[in-house]
Design a protein around this ligand. Structure first.
Ligand SMILES: [Zn+2]
Ligand SMILES: [Zn+2]
Ligand SMILES: [Zn+2]
Ligand SMILES: [Zn+2]
Length: 257
């Protein structure tokens, strides 16, 4: 089961990557162009699910046995004995039931985890593309020869197929909640039982995220005002030259900025 899911995950990551769906629920980064043209390299995709640290034991693999602690306490008579018991008890750990001691398992990633994933992968992707001297076309990159061979309209069309993402939410259309790191809950110490208990995060009401106002929850960068998102502009005719269509000088044909 786990192996199957892992296989699927890597398969998706490396082989089916063209369809980029970064949106939390709905914001689509990519396009209906499933397979990129030759010489065009798509940005990384972030899965909804992946192997990640166990939320219950925080990746430790064991949890303190709470039952034992309570029982021992109730039967402990003297202070000295009580402390000895606590010392033994605190070392009493049992494998975490959720991850069965494995520390990690495949689960739905939190928005914060997906954003971190994206930033890391995007950084690596950009370094790779820059090293190969490719040119940005929207959120993707193209081989220099490919980018230069495109007409201004073709360039703009390609850029619009892989729209530049919103800088604030990097395409997720939502922003992780700072207070709970997008887990949706915070941990507090119950003073009576001395146990850590989870409380629904009051900042995000357990959603783990807030809406991105910057892009109006589209996940995309704003359309260029100068060319109205077309990426191209008409250059008026002069005495010597007829009118031409050129890449918008403000967005350089990217349509969004
Ligand atoms: Zn666990
Ligand atoms: Zn945004
Ligand atoms: Zn929160
Ligand atoms: Zn423009």
């Amino acid at each position: 089961m786990l192996l199957n899911r892992l296989f699927l995950f890597f398969f998706t990551l490396f082989c089916v990557a063209p369809i980029v769906c970064l949106g939390a629920e709905g914001a689509v980064l990519a396009s209906d162009v499933a397979t990129p043209p030759a010489g065009v390299y798509l940005p990384p995709t972030v899965p909804q699910e992946a192997e990640a640290i166990c939320l219950d034991c925080k990746g430790v693999g064991t949890v303190a046995s709470v039952f034992k602690r309570k029982d021992e306490r109730s039967v402990t008579k003297t202070r000295r004995a009580h402390q000895t018991q606590l010392a033994t008890v605190s070392e009493f750990k049992v494998p975490c039931k959720v991850c069965k001691g494995r520390k990690r398992y495949v689960r739905k990633l939190t928005l914060q985890e997906r954003v971190d994933w994206y930033r890391k992968q995007r950084g690596a992707y950009e370094t790779e593309q820059t090293m190969a001297q490719r040119h940005p076309v929207g959120a993707a990159y193209a081989e220099k020869s490919v980018a230069e061979g495109l007409s201004p309209e073709e360039f703009a069309k390609l850029a619009a197929s892989y729209p530049v993402v919103c800088k604030k939410c990097v395409g997720f259309a939502a922003i992780p909640c700072n207070r709970c790191e997008s887990f949706g809950f915070t941990e507090v110490l119950d003073e009576v039982t001395e146990e850590t208990v989870r409380e629904v995060c009051t900042t995000c009401d357990g959603r783990g995220e807030k809406r991105c106002k910057s892009c109006d929850e589209t996940g995309l960068a704003k359309l260029c005002k100068r060319c109205k998102g077309l990426g191209v502009m008409r250059k008026a005719a002069t005495k010597r030259k007829p009118a031409t269509i050129e890449r918008c000088p403000s967005c350089d044909g990217m349509c969004r900025r």
